[in-house]
Design a binder for this molecule. Sequence first.
Ligand code: MG
Length: 496
Amino acid sequence: MKNLLYVFIGMVLLSSCGDMNQELIIPYEGDTEYKFSMDLGSIMSMAGAVADEMDEEKEEDIDISAIMNNPDKMPSKVDTTILFGSEEFTEGVTLNDREKYLMNKVSMRLDTDKEQEKMLMEFSIKYADLNEKTETLNLISRVTREQKIMKGDTIGLEEEGPNKMLDGIADYILDKELGKITFLDSEVPEEMDKMTGKEKDVEVSPEDLAMMAMMMPGGINTKIVLPGKVFSVKGTENYKIIDENTVVVTTKYVDMIKEGAIKGYSIEYDSGKPISDPKVTEVWDPEPVAVVARDRSKAPSDAIVLFADGDASGFRHYDGSEVKWKVGKKELTAEPGTGDIRSKKDFGSCQLHLEWKSPKEPNKKGQDKGNSGVYFDGKYEVQILNSFENRTYSNGQAGAVYKQHIPLVNATSPTGDWNTYDIIYHAPEFDEDGAKTKSGTLTVIHNGVLIQDHVEIQGTTEYIGRPKNIAHGPGPIILQEHNNYVSYRNVWVRPL
Ligand code: MG
């Protein structure tokens, strides 16, 4: 038993050389499981060299050579599971019922074969929530300390050492209602800082980085098994989605050194719970930066004009009736209470130009100020809102693909000035069974500024809840009436 724990510590200390695999399994209900495993076959052969070097430097009191440099002391084959709650492990330590319960949710498996240089270690902990996880890790620390198995003077570890090592996964925030897990930025493990000289404030040169990348090709593979379908992964590009509900994120050691941190990321998934609160799908951060842009217009000769110069005959209401909005010589203004208007024709993929203007509404704010919107195929809204010095959730401000894509910048004109939208829409594709085979896309240029760069439409732009994907053919262009006197002019479309 004692030997196995020593080996485990040695492996963790050397973990910056080989791939480290961790797995987080989150069920709908019940305990979350965290597994941490390493295939240390290659490290076994490296162990001698590392141990020699450590002996020479005498920097630390880590007597790792005794463990790793003397494989004779290890049996040729080991395949064993240590249950941390077992009497053998907790021998000589007094535990109450709660503590016994927690220790029974921790285990470690070691599978080695000296001849084949196979060495696999897997640590597993189950916990109801993060508080329980911390409680358990502290308990393991206490038990190992009281047993004096991990004696600080032998292996150079402080008392909190075991706790820190076993707490391998970064801090995260889990929202089971919404279906979102956010991993926070975390520090590079101390052992790596020592290896790279960062601890002593030594600048790492590009040559050193290249060398390290060669010496340490591995990284941390984090597999996150979620209880529902994954919607999005943000904050990292190094990920793969497997079987719809599993994400594997790889963080290379060399990137950790470059960044000076292990960068966080977030995953949204289907929580399986109906969403009743519209706030749940609001995103406020980041806030697009405001930029100043100029006005432009004029329909090209091949465009279908939906509204220009007092002629609103390209539109009607849903019931087929004539447009009840205020039709002026130059402008078409939404009339509260009359409802949305839709193009008489259906379009599908198209290029659309329109100009819109927010009314002066000094006493209104947020979503109530100058709200309208333009829908493609009657389903996908690019938001129109007075976002000039009017803060709302970022994925609901002017130019947002509503609740799906935040505009890259906020190019909204001052209240009362005209805005232009030039939008390229590609309709989604569906197979015979109605399943989506290709997402639709939107590109939006607002006052001459690119604010949506060929983004993928996730489904219908819902006020409450997640996007839906129902097969459809070409549909109308809709202008939304949202209780505000938003004006339009020069509305034209070119089918693609
Ligand atoms: Mg709207």
